[in-house]
Design a protein around this ligand. Structure first.
Ligand SMILES: *Cc1c(COP(=O)(O)O)cnc(C)c1O
Length: 357
């Protein structure tokens, strides 16, 4: 046989996205909601299945869903772009504005998919680093933007995996720096409903700012793969050119629309999880750990007297799965736990106390 085809050199050298799905009783590793959406939502989705014209392509414009999201956020439907998870939103942004010969700036540690997707689309990743305390360092942001003149700059607020929120002043300042080099600022707000403010406040037709959101976390719909972006119409128009035709299936559009009838339920789940986070945070602070204050549905922590890989494995042995971040840039020795139900969190805390004692 002749030589087997090789992928692109840069793809061959790349590792895939790695998040082990281990069979355990308590899964606190992917920041999903531990609480399902309400029964009335499931009934609405079942009715939508019945009403689907299966022999027809879906509405390419996702008119109803975009209209409802626009109304929800007080923007025009033309300022909303919807895709299969916010990851597809990020990929579409990267295809439209990144790609070969362009660079994309990220500030580690942050959400791994920002740089992963950038590389897959052939862009150069300009990597900046947060400070010792894992807070964004504006001098570093200035340095990276001046050096790389990135087409896209990513912020993530609350940041995954640190849980930290960027202030309005910080985002405004970074936006100014990004615009000075003719770039686009993307603020990933996957956990936006947990935060005290949103960069949506800064959106405007004449600013180079977009904000991404997802149904995967606060909406308890990780299974649906649905996310969206809010931004200027001139960005949305370019994304529509790049994305595959009919990329968003009819059922997903209906599920996303139906969910918006249950905003109160979503907000109730957010407040339950916020309270539960306070309880877990307080318990963690009684243990030999460094704990980062979080404004999301997860907490980053570092065992001070034990090896993180050992702690992770010992938790798995007790059927509790958390995220092992200890090999991520800037996160040596760190683990991240998603806030679950009170029962799940108790099982996690009991196991962790046992492991650390
Ligand atoms: C979980 C998460 C997402 C979600 O991606 P989806 O494709 O919408 O599931 C996006 N950004 C960040 C920072 C996340 O943590």
């Amino acid at each position: 046989m002749a030589d087997r085809i090789a992928p692109r050199d840069d793809i061959a050298m790349m590792d895939g996205y790695h998040s082990p799905q281990v069979q355990v009783d308590v899964r606190l590793n992917t920041n999903e909601s531990p609480l399902p959406p309400p029964q009335a939502f499931l009934d609405a989705v079942a009715a939508a299945v019945e009403g689907t014209d299966w022999h027809r392509y879906p509405d390419r414009q996702a008119t109803e869903l975009r209209g409802r999201l626009a109304a929800q956020h007080g923007v025009a439907p033309g300022q909303v772009f919807v895709a299969n998870g916010s990851n597809e939103v990020l990929q579409t942004l990267s295809l439209a504005y990144g790609g070969p010969g362009r660079s994309i700036a990220v500030f580690e540690p942050t959400y791994a998919m920002h740089s992963q997707i950038a590389r897959i689309t052939g862009a150069t990743v300009a990597t900046g680093f947060r400070g010792e305390d894992l807070a964004l360092d504006l001098d570093e942001v200035r340095r990276i933007i001046a050096e790389a003149r990135p087409a896209i700059t990513y912020l993530c607020s609350p940041n995954n995996p640190t849980g930290m929120v960027e202030t309005a002043e910080t985002v405004t300042e970074v936006l100014g720096l990004v615009e000075d080099v003719g770039g686009l600022l993307v603020v990933d707000e996957a956990y936006g409903q947990f935060a005290p403010w949103s960069a949506l406040e800064l959106l405007s037709e004449d600013r180079s700012l977009v904000v991404t959101r997802t149904y995967s976390k606060t909406w308890s719909m990780a299974a649906a793969r649905l996310g969206y972006l809010l931004g200027p119409t001139w960005v949305v128009d370019e994304l529509e050119k790049v994305v595959l035709p009919y990329h968003l299936d009819a059922l997903k559009q209906a599920a996303g629309t139906a969910a918006l009838d249950f905003v109160d339920d979503m907000e109730r789940r957010v407040s339950i999880l916020t309270e539960e986070r306070g309880r877990v945070d307080a318990a963690l602070r009684d243990l030999p750990l460094e704990v980062w204050p979080s404004a999301a549905n997860f907490i980053l922590f570092r065992p001070t007297d034990a090896d993180a890989d050992d702690v992770w494995q010992a938790l798995v042995d007790r059927s509790v799965l958390v995220r092992n971040c200890s090999s991520w840039p800037g996160l040596t020795g760190c683990l991240r736990v998603t806030i679950g139900t009170a029962d799940e969190d108790d099982r996690f805390l009991t196991a962790l106390r046992e492991v650390l004692s």
